[in-house]
Design a binder for this molecule. Structure first.
Ligand code: HDE
Length: 702
């Protein structure tokens, strides 16, 4: 094979790349002054990366080909076990900034100085699906935060839902087995709508509160950026005098909460299975850094004793109206990882990573987690030295005598690798600075018992349901109906109705009716009678707490040839003014020619940019353009879906033929806004601040 591109008559240029053709016609990229020389992992320069070493061009391959062997060996071992739960996730770097010192409550170093910035890494995830599953599964979202504090890493390994399915860690394998694909058939993937999940749930009354949450819109968030996060368990904060204050952790998104509707989620999964990760990537890459406030619910033993439920029970929450969360700092995500695998895949979160000043409560779920997270890292990362990986290593100085093991990268130097030693080398304990556990007085018999104080399984489930707006209640009923309709065993459906009767009779009868259950079962036997006197907690509703802002949201703008370029510019300017963005959709990605002759490039073809990918849509069409689009199913679906999903629709008068063909009455409601001239984009973008026109929902019968 000739080696010099310049003199080689076989040199080829493909898309600005100078390549050299080998004797078999294959193309070689040869290193020049601008590129590094390709090497093996041992650093040896490689001459030929296109062909294995053979005896004769058509002969057998030689085992001596160490470059080939090393390359394939490494490839064969590229995968590591995916996380047994939360396999699909996406992470980003950022920082936590402390508002005010909290020395009264905690001696944690991170809370001692106003304005202190602590590096952070966050990983969001779904729970049930495997690594390659789609983003918009109906599921809990993981919200795991690693704070690289000056006194060690602090991991708040939370979810976007403040309660959990089970009360005791020993049930975790059971709940997870039940939701994962059924073992004989290995489906369904990333879905709870199947028999085994609902079988387990219907036999586990303690899961009812969580079930209300996962059947609500919280389980189909529009973006990671629009979700709350919760530490779930009650933790402790300890001050310098080792006095304990109980604490619950809540992350509140600056951009407010937002979810999609189920019909939309199903379609997003097909149109863009990476919807959530793409959203986070785009936001951070464009400099729109998502932000959350860390809020604390702080309480003492007296409050805990006066509270109707046990604060150690992870199926219960403390309503914000009873105990307002206090903002103590903000988390900003401002940098994507350089490499997904190195950082997001290999990050190891562990509930037991707490700095001095933070401590655990006796919540039996938390206690079990403190065992599990260390254990799982050995399986996944393959070595007790996983803390040597840069993403897991503390960013503060650390000194210990742990050594060796697979992949040890930083053993201590020197002679004494133990203490006490009399060589005067190595780190020593510090009773003052070191981690101290709260000296709680514990006594009792060794038993396997659930406390009686955990026995009320329905009251807070009912409170959650009663705290939702009618729209959100309808969504819960629809979700339960959808899921239970996929369950093939009638007895499981009936058991669920029996539980729902203890939560809300209206909900139970609606779902039963939609499932065609005419004979209502008896309400399930409740260990403790469900309470009906709990006050609704408006803080639990997404809609009640809307952001009244379109910041961070995106409009899909469909254009045709002859589009009014000024109108498009006006819309873009108005959206940018609100911190929102737009993407253009046209018949061809090459774009269209505007009325003034300018070229407008499109981001999507029509069937590549369905309206489910956007928060609102605008149709900037000439009549001729709209007529042309009436013949395209994807264009009709674009409009019909936007309408059915209660989105705001701006349209030029020319767009009428497409609206009509899509079955949308342009005067149906105030969510349809005509762009009579460029000034009309203002009221349209203003209306979009409401995010959805829920009043439409009853008429579209989603
Ligand atoms: Fe987890 N969980 N979990 N979990 N969990 C894991 O750890 C476990 C629970 C949560 O982005 C695993 O590194 C047990 C509650 C998140 O890497 C594993 C129990 C909450 C993540 C594990 C629970 C969570 C995990 C799998 C019941 C919300 C993803 C891989 C006692 C407060 C972290 C791994 C990431 C991951 C065990 C229950 C949140 C197996 C035993 C409750 C966000 O260790």
């Amino acid at each position: 094979m000739a080696r010099k591109a310049a003199t080689n008559p076989n040199a080829a240029t493909i898309h600005d790349q100078t390549l050299v053709r080998g004797e078999g016609g294959e193309l070689h990229q040869i290193a020049d002054g601008n590129t590094d020389v390709l090497t093996t992992a041992q650093g040896g320069p490689v001459a030929n990366d296109q062909n294995t070493l053979k005896i004769g061009a058509r002969g057998p391959t030689l085992i001596e080909d160490f470059h080939f062997r090393e390359k394939i060996f490494h490839f064969d071992h590229e995968r590591i076990p995916e996380r047994v739960v939360h396999a699909r996730g996406y992470g980003a770097h950022g920082f936590f900034e402390t508002y005010e010192p909290l020395a009264k409550y905690t001696r944690a170093d991170i809370f001692q100085r106003a304005g202190e910035k602590t590096p952070a890494f966050v990983r969001f995830s779904t729970v049930a699906g495997s690594k390659g599953s789609f983003d918009l599964a109906r599921d809990v979202r993981g919200f795991a935060v690693k704070l690289y504090t000056k006194e060690g890493n602090w991991d708040i390994v939370g979810n976007n839902i403040p309660v959990f399915f089970i009360q005791d860690a020993i049930k975790f394998p059971d709940i997870i087995h039940s939701v994962k694909p059924e073992p004989d058939r290995n489906f369904p993937q990333a879905q709870s709508a199947h028999d085994t999940f609902w079988d387990f749930i219907s036999l586990t009354p303690e899961s009812m509160h969580m079930i209300m949450w996962v059947m609500s819109d919280r389980a189909i968030p529009r973006s990671f950026r629009f979700m709350q996060g919760f530490g779930v368990h009650t933790f402790r904060m300890l001050n310098a005098a080792d006095e304990s204050t109980f604490v619950k952790f809540i992350w509140k998104p600056k951009l407010g909460m937002q979810s999609v509707v189920w019909n939309e989620a199903v379609k997003i999964n097909g149109a863009d299975p990476d919807f959530h990760r793409r959203d986070l990537w785009n936001a951070i890459q464009s400099g729109a850094f998502p932000e959350w406030e860390l809020c604390l619910q702080l309480f003492d033993q007296e409050f805990a004793d006066s509270f109707d439920f046990d604060v150690l029970d992870p199926t219960k929450l403390i309503p914000e109206e009873l105990l307002p969360p206090i903002p103590v700092g903000r988390l900003v995500l401002d940098r994507m990882p350089d490499n997904f695998f190195t950082e997001t895949e290999q990050v190891a979160f562990m509930t037991q990573n707490v700095p001095p000043g933070i401590d655990f409560s006796n919540d039996p779920l938390l206690q079990g987690r403190n065992f599990s997270y260390l254990d799982t890292q050995l399986k996944r990362l393959g070595s007790p030295n996983f803390s040597h990986l840069p993403i897991n290593a503390p960013k503060c100085p650390f000194h210990h005598f742990q050594q060796d093991g697979h992949m040890a990268m930083s053993n201590r130097v020197g002679r004494a690798n133990y203490q006490p030693n009399s060589f005067g080398v190595g780190p020593r304990e510090s009773p003052e600075r070191g981690f101290r556990s709260f000296a709680d007085a514990e006594e009792g018999q060794k038993v396997r018992l659930r406390p009686e104080s955990f026995a009320d399984h329905y009251s807070q489930a009912g409170q959650f349901f009663n705290s939702q707006t009618p729209t959100e209640q309808r969504h819960i009923a629809m979700a339960l109906t959808f899921e239970l309709a996929k369950v093939e065993t009638p007895a499981i459906r009936e058991r669920m109705i029996a539980h729902l009767l203890n939560i809300d009779e209206g909900l139970a009868t609606t779902v039963a009716d939609k499932l065609g259950i005419t004979d209502l079962p008896k309400a399930a036997d409740a260990a403790v009678a469900p309470r009906t006197d709990l006050q609704p907690s408006p803080a639990l509703s997404i809609i009640e707490n809307g952001p009244d802002s379109f910041e961070g949201r995106k409009v899909g703008v469909m254009v045709s040839n002859g589009v009014d370029a000024n109108l498009l510019k006006a819309l873009q300017a108005e959206l940018e003014g609100q911190g929102a963005t737009m993407e253009v959709i046209a018949h061809k990605v090459g774009g269209v020619q505007a009325g003034d002759g300018s070229k407008i490039i499109a981001k999507h073809m029509i069937d590549g940019g369905p309206s489910v990918l956007f928060d609102a849509v605008a149709l900037l069409l000439t009549e001729e353009g709209a007529e042309l689009l009436t013949g395209e199913a994807a264009a009709r679906d674009f409009v019909a879906d936007a309408f059915a999903h209660c989105k705001f629709i701006g349209f030029t008068p020319g767009a009428m033929p497409l609206l009509v063909k899509a079955g949308v009455d342009a005067s149906a409601d105030e969510g349809l806004i005509a762009f009579t001239d460029a000034d009309a984009v203002g009221p349209y973008v203003e209306a979009c601040r409401k995010l959805r026109l829920w009043a439409r929902e009853a008429s579209v019968k989603l």
